[in-house]
Ligand binder design. Structure first.
Ligand code: FMN
Length: 257
């Protein structure tokens, strides 16, 4: 379908294996700015060596959100689910890497430290989990090429703004030349249109792809993207716009209730 992927450090398969299986799709490597610096840099270099074209640094997850449904269901991310990059005996222990997720007293890295560490590879990077204009500006000042406006699909801090509401504020703050992606709540082609109209260059889906996968495996994911594409075309036509490039803020209007 031509879509790119953000491949997580906390996955069930090594990032090298994924890049080999899907060289064009495995575009961005994702990791968390936490734990020991040498572990972070080692993972950065693994992404670079495996041919990833950029890095996504998830900044809204210094510790896991308070997920009551997971608690009620006694869900725990097992090594099988998140440990693919750190099999037993590897140089880095997975407990060391993700330990901070369960330690609310662990220090959060300042932007300057993240910016410095990112110079260990010559890949562009973007900050994910940005929801305020101030953080977007700080990420760019630290060297990010762009930001992924996201509230983590509502899984981190309850009560934060919706990505779609934060998006135009962030576009206004960083100006027209900084790349902006957006996720959280994208379910329809019309959501893509709204996001592009409000200033996004790239639109990202999380759970939507997983829903397709759960329904019908690989074919379900393909079908999900087909539906998005067809809905997108329909909405553009109904709006009287020839294509995505013809979208601007006049395509949508907020109606106060
Ligand atoms: C099961 C699950 C696991 C996730 N794991 C990660 C992760 O490891 N790193 C990350 O940056 N975001 C992670 N996310 C958040 C997604 O990257 C994305 O921000 C979110 O799902 C977007 O919202 P949506 O699901 O409404 O599209 C995860 C989301 C889900 C549902």
């Amino acid at each position: 379908m031509g879509a790119a992927s953000i491949v997580p450090e906390a996955g069930s398969h090594p990032i090298e294996e994924i890049a080999e299986a899907a060289p064009t799709a495995a575009a961005f490597g994702q990791l968390h700015p936490m734990g020991r610096e040498e572990n972070f840099v080692r993972m950065l270099k693994r992404f670079a060596d495996a041919g990833y074209r950029g890095i996504c640094v998830t900044c809204d997850c210094p510790t896991s959100g308070w997920r009551e449904r997971n608690m009620r269901n006694r869900f725990e991310p097992t090594l099988e689910v998140v440990g693919g990059n750190y099999p037993p005996g590897s140089e880095t222990s997975i407990y060391e890497v993700f330990g901070q997720l369960f330690d609310i007293s662990a220090p959060v890295w300042p932007w300057s430290k993240l910016g410095d560490l990112m110079t260990n590879v010559s890949l562009p990077w973007f900050a994910k989990g940005i929801i305020t204009p101030e953080d977007a500006v700080a990420a760019v000042a630290a060297g990010a090429s762009g930001v992924l406006v996201s509230n983590h699909g509502g899984r981190q801090l309850d009560g934060v703004m919706a990505s779609i509401d934060a998006l135009p504020l962030i576009r206004d703050a960083v100006g027209p030349d900084v790349g902006i992606a957006v996720d959280s709540g994208i379910r329809r082609g019309s959501d893509i249109v709204t996001a592009i109209a409000l200033g996004a260059d790239v639109v990202v889906v999380g759970r939507l792809a997983v829903y397709g996968l759960a329904a019908a495996g690989e074919a379900g994911v393909v079908r999900t993207y087909e539906l998005l594409r067809d809905e997108l075309r329909t909405v553009l036509t109904l709006l009287g716009r020839g294509g995505i490039a013809d979208l601007d803020r006049r395509a949508v209007r907020r109606v106060e209730r």
